[in-house]
Design a protein around this ligand. Sequence first.
Ligand code: NDP
Ligand SMILES: O=C1O[C@H](COP(=O)(O)O)[C@@H](O)[C@H](O)[C@H]1O
Length: 574
Amino acid sequence: MWPNRRNSVHLFHVSAKFYRRRKLFGKTTNGSSVMVLFKQDGLATNTPANGPLAGKSTIGELRPLSTSEENPEGVNFGKGVMESTISITVVGASGDLAKKKIFPALFALYYEGFLPKHFTVFGYARSKMTDEELRTMVSKTLTCRIDQRENCGDKMEQFLKRCFYHSGQYNSEENFAELDKKLREKEVGKVPNRLFYLSIPPNIFVDVVRCASYSASSSTGWTRVIVEKPFGRDSESSAELTRCLKLYLNEDQIFRIDHYLGKELVENLSVLRFSNLVFEPLWSRNYIRNVQFIFSEDFGTEGRGGYFDSYGIIRDIMQNHLLQILALFAMETPVSLDAEDIRNEKVKVLRSMRPLQLDDVITGQYKGHMKGGKAYPAYTDDPTVPNDSLTATFAAAALFIDNARWDGVPFLMKAGKALHKRGAEIRVQFRHVPGNLYKRTFGTDLDKATNELVIRVQPDETIYLKINNKIPGLGMRLDRSNLDLHYAARYPREIPDAYERLLLDAIEGERRLFIRSDELDAAWALFSPLLKELEEKKIAPELYPYGSRGPVGAHYLAAKYNVRWGDLSSDGQE
Ligand SMILES: NC(=O)C1=CN([C@@H]2O[C@H](COP(=O)(O)OP(=O)(O)OC[C@H]3O[C@@H](n4cnc5c(N)ncnc54)[C@H](OP(=O)(O)O)[C@@H]3O)[C@@H](O)[C@H]2O)C=CC1
Ligand SMILES: O=C1O[C@H](COP(=O)(O)O)[C@@H](O)[C@H](O)[C@H]1O
């Protein structure tokens, strides 16, 4: 319900930057008497943070932002609550990620009743498409949950009716102003909140943010932008990207997505550690011998060679997905589950790590291979990849955290494309039992007698702990068995896709699973010198056959630290 526009004072929270910009571009909110509230450290004030009255308020004491101001589902205008609506614009809607992940995730959220009552989805890209054509394109990608098929067809239809399309250039403020007009038509009478998802190549991120910010940000609700990786190629380019984004957005409007943080078992990592007494006391150099983060795909870079060749596997997987998991794995207990507390702890871990050394890294590239009468291509067979490319499609690395908890413990990472299987897992190998009474049962292979905790992130999510156990019978023989939490058996419901969780978090303003700029800086600081050296010295990757277990160099690297890769164990019990 609208309040009396002339007589009421409207309270909105906006950033100082946003307010200046609105003034600069001569837009007012809605012509009525407006008091603008700025957010400073979670408190409301009517003076901008970087202005002469910073920290003071001319409306009395600073007070905590109310829920409606912090995350306005509705805004209270005294006499009633005005409902809010959210417009989600997928920029790059014609692309692979939008079709494969973003639209399906939005539908799944809608189907499960997680989207707000009022919402609209807009696709934006250069391709010419009508609303109907977008709906047809999107409809081909939507699926129902395996366990929830009732009314799915109706729900799809209802969802598609709320999807629209606008064709425009990525660097045209005019085209974004046209989008703004269409958005406003859908938002009329409600507090408009706007979420932009940048599902586009990184070289156009800043253009889009500039145009969206100037011409299509919300006048009275919040505006947030989800940014897809890659966030730069190294420390310098990443810092430059952040600097440019911050010309138009505040840090708290930027949601840098790392979809691995949205995966169920990655989210569960903190639960496992901090809500079970049995694990946390063991979580240190005193009991843990090494930790392994392993990512493998059983397909190559087909179709994405152009992008991949200028990034390579270290930037594509290690510097972000695996390092983020490592930070969650190794961080100290956060003060609370609040986003800033968690991200503070992650930054501390990253800043305690040694930058990677060339000696502690090996790289590989897949070559063509015949298997079962089928020919598998080499990486360089891709027409978008130069024949002499030295880009790594596989890498293994040893990292170290120089703090009291982890001093001397090797954290090994391994990531590769075109390997023999697809999977992502964390393996925690514990130390040997001192003076193990049963060591003779294991012969000389003491490695076999140690415990290993495996968190299989995908596929077939599982957590299992390898223990030594007596084989039932009159003799005394031991074997290794798994204490096993197999998700499919324990939790029959389908596990939501990572993009569902992350989109919902961005809608709700939850930043816990998004990367803060100082985390990003710390992550690049670890990898940039190595990446530079690899490129400058033109280090040739070791070739490995498509569909194999990767280069043997990875074994030598692990052996250097007295480690065996757990996913390649010879007892067949991976
Ligand atoms: N695809 C994936 O699995 C993943 C992708 N990402 C990241 O998500 C983002 C989107 O990925 P993806 O959908 O694969 O990308 P695409 O290459 O499919 O590009 C998305 C859209 O952007 C437009 N576009 C493409 N190239 C250019 C260009 N050179 N200049 C201007 N516009 C262009 C095209 O739309 P139009 O021509 O209609 O304007 C295209 O449909 C990227 O940042 C990528 O790194 C991250 C993780 C996984
Ligand atoms: O970010 C990326 O992730 C995918 C793997 O994601 P997953 O959820 O399917 O495991 C990878 O294929 C791609 O190269 C990379 O950019």
